[in-house]
Design a protein around this ligand. Structure first.
Ligand SMILES: *[C@@H]1O[C@H](CO)[C@@H](O)[C@H](O)[C@H]1NC(C)=O
Ligand SMILES: *[C@@H]1O[C@H](CO)[C@@H](O)[C@H](O)[C@H]1NC(C)=O
Ligand SMILES: *[C@@H]1O[C@H](CO)[C@@H](O)[C@H](O)[C@H]1NC(C)=O
Ligand SMILES: *[C@@H]1O[C@H](CO)[C@@H](O)[C@H](O)[C@H]1NC(C)=O
Length: 187
């Protein structure tokens, strides 16, 4: 822990340190949550025999060789999003748009779990899926978020929580085409 910056220690005070093996198990957990992969992309390409940094849709940072971006948009995937995604602690961009992701695995934990340890997340694009949860509260801890896109899902819930104001970097918030209730602020 000695080499970590104070911010990092605070963020992970209840966690052990993570490394590329953590990233690999997080991605393998995602693969295990895919029930249909029509193009067999993950099935053939996402193999523990090669480094995750070479897997389709995965980008690693050149300096620290950790997963910084995951882009599986428009890949005809059906499945759920496991909470282990929250272990990709260097992730800056998560783009799963235009698939059939139906839920976050372990829905009861979604409120705090998955997004709580993604302090670097800047782009979250989950539009055009079949997500049916509420907006995860852990999201409001991702202080670097600039883009949130949940458009065209089946998401529910009422008024936006005031914690939205914590996301001071937010530029784009797309929530249309869902089943939200109540009056929504216009951004
Ligand atoms: C993901 O990949 C698609 C297709 O290459 C691209 O259009 C899109 O901009 C990428 N998403 C992000 C967040 O970079
Ligand atoms: C969604 O994905 C399908 C299959 O890859 C593709 O044909 C379609 O153009 C995509 N739509 C959008 C809006 O990206
Ligand atoms: C990865 O995520 C799971 C589920 O959120 C958690 O139980 C586990 O402790 C995490 N592993 C690491 C190494 O952080
Ligand atoms: C939002 O910011 C306030 C004040 O900084 C803080 O007390 C609160 O815990 C934050 N909420 C979340 C969900 O991060």
């Amino acid at each position: 822990m000695a080499v970590l910056s104070p911010h990092f220690v605070v963020s992970f005070s209840t966690k052990t340190t993570t490394n590329i093996d953590t990233d690999q198990s997080a991605l393998l957990a995602l693969k295990a949550c895919i029930v249909s992969d029509a193009q067999k992309i993950l099935k053939t390409d996402w193999s523990a025999a090669t480094s995750v940094c070479n897997w389709i849709g995965v980008t690693c940072g050149s300096r620290h060789q950790r997963v910084i971006a995951l882009n599986l948009s428009s890949m005809l995937l059906t499945g759920t999003i496991p909470s282990q995604i929250g272990n990709l602690s260097f992730l800056t961009s998560l783009d799963l748009m235009n698939n059939s992701f139906m839920a976050f695995c372990r829905i009861s934990e979604i409120r705090s779990d998955m997004f709580e340890h993604l302090p670097r997340l800047q782009v979250l694009s989950l539009s055009l899926n079949k997500l049916s949860s509420e907006i995860p509260m852990g999201l409001f801890k991702c202080k670097e978020l600039q883009v949130i896109n949940f458009e065209y899902n089946r998401m529910m819930g009422g008024i936006l929580p005031k914690e939205i104001g914590n996301l001071t970097m937010l530029r784009i918030l797309r929530l249309g085409g869902n089943m939200f209730e109540g009056n929504w602020m216009v951004f």
